[in-house]
Design a protein around this ligand. Sequence first.
Ligand SMILES: Nc1ncnc2c1ncn2[C@@H]1O[C@H](COP(=O)(O)OP(=O)(O)OP(=O)(O)O)[C@@H](O)[C@H]1O
Ligand SMILES: [Mg+2]
Length: 251
Amino acid sequence: MNVRPDFSKNANQAETAPAFLSVWDMHSYYGESYIVQGISFNVHEGEIVALLGRNGAGKTTTLRSIARLGNPQVQRGEIWLDHQPLHRMSSHQAAVAGLGLVPEDRRIIAGLTVEENLQLAQIAPPVGWSLDRLYQLFPRLGERRKQEGVTLSGGEQQMLAIARALARDIKLLLLDEPYEGLAPVIVDEIEKTLRHIKEQGMTTVLVEQNAVRALQLADRAIILDTGSIVFDGTAAEVLENESLRAEYLAI
Ligand SMILES: Nc1ncnc2c1ncn2[C@@H]1O[C@H](COP(=O)(O)OP(=O)(O)OP(=O)(O)O)[C@@H](O)[C@H]1O
Ligand SMILES: [Mg+2]
């Protein structure tokens, strides 16, 4: 079975009716190292897309490229978010344009309480979810609003990192391994929250090593291998395709 996506078809789509997020022929480098090797994909509004692949496949590099972090350098390609050209923007401009990246290390700010971490995110307009709404979504954070953020458990820190992204008015949530190192019961809790966020209309790209859990949540899946897309289809198709799972996901 040939699972490589038809890039020519993506090209036409990108020209005529850009998806909510459209990545077109993106090439990214760390210095001389050529990592993301010309990938094209679309994400539709309100979808959860799982971005999967082995260690070193280029998942984090793809998220960092979309977030315009500067390292990696995107040397070619276009990135459109809701008709806005992210590829011409700095990371700050991309954030203002509605991009919310929750990096793998969560970046909770030391010396600040839970609430101060959230308030800091709300300094820059446009402001997103209110504190009340965030505490409704994450009751654990409400209970611990006066606790220093870095003293939270791993799962609670992940919740704070997601809440902080929502505290700004974002259009696209990029999550890099939100389940990493967390007990299954906490993963359940975060998964439930991500479903709820989706019901509120959020569009999400989810990078996960825990492919089974990610596929349970996602509408679609994109599989990367050495910086190229080897599959773009529904999550159900991946779950049904044993050889694909064995070859690229080791599940
Ligand atoms: N700052 C960097 N400088 C140079 N090379 C890097 C840098 N960061 C990542 N790489 C390389 O880029 C490739 C892709 O890395 P990336 O972090 O995107 O993979 P990943 O799919 O997120 O993997 P993992 O599942 O292990 O997180 C790897 O070969 C990695 O060694
Ligand atoms: Mg990674």
